[in-house]
Write a protein that binds this ligand. Structure first.
Ligand code: SF4
Length: 219
């Protein structure tokens, strides 16, 4: 342990406690990088169970495929992904992402993966409907780049511990994790997923600290 750097020690300790308590979360649940990317758009402002229904509909119609997604029109795609809500908007966003993948990488995700993380993030943020959380989820979970994803559960966890207030900017929170953890795709992947699970079980708006793996005194 590094006595000169308490934040590093603290974050790794939190990670290890959560991992010990909950085990590996195996996130993101998908059969391919393209399916992850699709899920990253569909999950915006909706519960994951709705995304599962939409993805199942897409699979029935063989739409987890870049060429099929390029050909289908927005109206038809909207109907397929209806369970996720805001389906016309999300169909347009999916089409925008697919256009981007063809325009920039000829539809080759391996080619995309070879681009450096900083440049790729900037380019992704230029796609309609792709904000920082969606871009970083694509980078981390579809392309295995070492970048930390910040979401509402992450914010709530930090607010509940008095580490940030509700107005903290996305990049500031991201930098907090990335400068205090090793640059490691596995840790970023697993830690984010563990924080989500913690937020669902214990660290709610009104936290249920009793029984939480991070309740003081537990090891
Ligand atoms: S539920 Fe309580 S102990 Fe657990 S992480 Fe949230 S604030 Fe901390």
């Amino acid at each position: 342990m590094n006595k000169e750097d308490p934040k590093k020690e603290l974050l790794l300790c939190v990670f290890e406690r959560l991992l010990k308590a909950y085990g590996k979360r195996n996130w993101w649940p998908a059969e391919s990088p393209l399916e992850v990317m699709i899920g990253c758009i569909l999950t915006q402002n909706t519960a994951w169970k709705n995304v599962e229904k939409a993805i199942a509909n897409m699979k029935k119609k063989n739409l987890i495929d870049l060429h099929a997604l390029r050909s289908i029109d927005v109206g038809e795609l909207s109907e397929v992904i209806r369970p996720v809500g805001f389906y016309t908007l999300k169909a347009k966003r999916l089409k925008a992402l697919v256009d981007f993948l063809f325009d920039e990488f000829k539809g080759d995700l391996e080619l995309m993966k070879r681009m450096d993380q900083h440049t790729l993030r900037k380019r992704l943020l230029g796609v309609d409907g792709v904000g920082p959380e969606t871009a970083d989820s694509i980078l981390l979970y579809a392309l295995e780049k070492p970048i930390f994803v910040v979401d509402a559960y992450t914010r709530r966890f930090l607010i509940n511990h008095g580490l940030f207030d509700g107005r903290a900017k996305y990049e500031r929170i991201q930098a907090f994790f990335m400068s205090n953890l090793p640059e490691d795709t596995y840790i970023y992947n697993e830690f984010h997923a563990l924080i989500v699970y913690l937020g669902q079980k214990h660290c709610r708006k009104v936290p249920i600290c009793k029984g939480c793996p991070l309740e003081s005194g537990k090891t």
